[in-house]
Design a protein around this ligand. Structure first.
Ligand code: FES
Length: 169
């Protein structure tokens, strides 16, 4: 990511929960390919999107994210078999809860992509940022843009006890 302007307090903050094996690698690839995507998209790495609980998604909004994207492996290619399917169900549940508290459910979206899809990652990140700009700031956001430290503990570190003999390792 190069030549992008710094984030301002008016830019929507999009938190991207990215699976280590696919979307995080795709984001890295986008960077190596010098593909631009908005700097207000903050990438958090997960060992698998299946680790993401509904309360993490809601916490991201409570801490000031205007939108959240969850990016996991392609269906059928999760390294932990069904983590991405579990994540999709949790995203759907969290969307319902957002609607119940008066936030637009489209502030949250799940995507599936492979590690080779750097250009698609940049496109998804840009589209989410544009969607959030159209929706306007979240009513839960404070007057200043939240920083990386506000979200740091929502990242799930790799668990050394996870099985390593999964089919796509
Ligand atoms: Fe990538 Fe499960 S979503 S390992």
């Amino acid at each position: 990511m190069t030549d992008t302007p710094p984030t301002t307090d008016r830019d929507p903050i999009v938190l991207a929960f990215c699976c280590h094996f696919c979307a995080y690698a795709a984001a890295d690839l986008a960077g190596s390919m010098r593909l631009q995507y908005p700097p207000n998209v903050r990438v958090l790495r997960l060992p698998c999107t299946g680790k993401l609980e509904v309360n993490y998604l809601l916490a991201a909004f409570e801490r000031g994210a205007d939108g959240v994207m969850v990016a996991g492996c392609l269906e059928g290619q999760c390294h932990f078999l069904e983590g991405n399917l579990r994540a999709r169900r949790r995203v759907e549940r969290a969307k319902q809860l957002l609607g119940e508290i008066g936030l637009e459910p489209e502030r949250l979206e799940m995507f599936n992509l492979s590690s080779a899809e750097g250009p698609r990652f940049a496109q998804i990140a840009t589209e989410m940022s544009e969607r959030l700009a159209r929706l306007g700031p979240s009513p839960l956001r404070g007057t200043s843009a939240p920083g990386a430290a506000d979200f740091a503990d929502l990242s799930v570190p790799p668990d050394p006890s996870e099985p390593s003999d999964h089919p796509h390792a």
